[in-house]
Design a binder for this molecule. Sequence first.
Ligand code: NOJ
Length: 539
Amino acid sequence: MEKDAFLWWQEAVFYHIYLRSFMDSNDDGLGDICGLISRLDYLKGSPDSLGIDAIWLSPFHPSPDNDFGYDVADYCDIDPRFGTLTDFDHLIHEAHKRDIRIMIDLVFNHSSNQHPWFKESRSSKDNPKRDWYIWRDARLGKRWPNNWESIFGGKAWEWNKATQQFFYHMFLKEQPDLNWRNKKAQEELMQTVRFWLDRGVDGFRLDVFNLWFKHQDLPDNPPRIGLRGYDRQHHIYDIDQPEMVEALAGFRNILNSYPGSVSIGEFLGNKPKIAALYCSEQQLHMVFNFDFTGCPWNPKVFQENILEWELALGDFCWPCYVLSNHDGPRRHVSRYGKRHPDQVAKVAATMLLTLRGTPFLYYGEEIGMLNVPLRRGQLVDPVSRRYYPFHSRDQGRTPMQWDATQHAGFSTGNPWLPIHPKYESRNVKSQLSDPHSVLSFYRSLLQLRRECDALRQGQFVPLQSSPKLGLAYLRSEGDNHALVALNFKGKPIRIQFDCALPHDSWKLAISSHTNSDAGIHGKEMLLKPFEAVIFFSDG
Ligand code: NOJ
């Protein structure tokens, strides 16, 4: 790729804000837009800022909160609990002033059952909006229209007594799927896209976009072995239908008329080859890779994953990486760093911020935020309640830990989810004043990334074919090279490179250890326990 061909979103670091947990401005225990505005300087624009480039904001539309905002009751408004459209305009203004771009969530596979469209649709069989959702009779001699299952558990069909038909929902029954084959519904959704672009947003995260179309005839999915009903089917008729290509092209045309706007798709399946089908100049800019959210703490597995995505995406699609998000049962420091959370957080951050691709940080990971252990009675998310204790999303969605005051400075009201019991020792304020904290390390990494072209634009070149104890790779851009080495173990290790380095002289740019003596000696280097280092080619 030509040097000047890099686009802002390829070089940017995104920060994912789960709005209701970020900052509360009106003491109701829920994060909101004004709260976020009051914390923008933390993200960018002041000497103490973290230094991110863009925010992805989780849904803030009016919603009955069956799926905490992913059940939208009005696509063109703000839930009063989060603010007003005027607050939103203010957010855009304040963010742009600091050179932060704002991306919002588009939840277009389904709406809430409280959306006026669905209320009309279910009111009678001949209502003009009936066909905006997917209604069917049971198949002759069968109990259901087909065998499809909801990914959240149970059948994907819900009976509507008044009109004596079933409607389809891939998620909760309160989240009926929209019918993308209905042109009017499709056009109305695209109007929403224009509405937010006109208000100044810089792009969208598309919620489960590869479910928009279902096979026209709704055939049964074939069976396979699996634990839950949903896993016991091959999802060949309810996911990834060919009509997606044209729908995404229409969506992209709109984005193209707002230069600089960007899209990133969340898709079910997480297969790199499928991701590659959806990223191009006619489709999405990027598609999420969630593999890291489930990887064991094993350098070989991470490297295999990186190489698999690099190969599948090739030169035409741009990778992106995520370690934690609002759907994961556990934040990555809780997954990997039980006994050494800070050390592991620094190693993971060094990897995330030095791979070829766009990193997405999840709010709080920069202070090494951990899951909050919750009892069943404390859970509010229906999915977490259903799958407790095996899978809980609430534990990784808890309020941001700003300082050591009551409720961690998040709110003076009663927070909607409990705060981590150890927030007094793990919070933004204390870490900002500690040069060795996880937060200070993230800030330094982000600074290095901004200064070094090779870290943002360089090719990814692994230095070991089968890493066992740690990872080592180059990011190479012309004659500039950055060498990254990561020790995944709590003991000193020796990393042997399988190939000669492109340079003889290297300068240590950063180490996660204050008293590092890491150096490159021919084809090997020594690293301290959980040490992460970056070297730059010298001269
Ligand atoms: C993916 C979102 O990330 C998740 O939180 C939500 O429950 C489902 N899509 C349904 O919208």
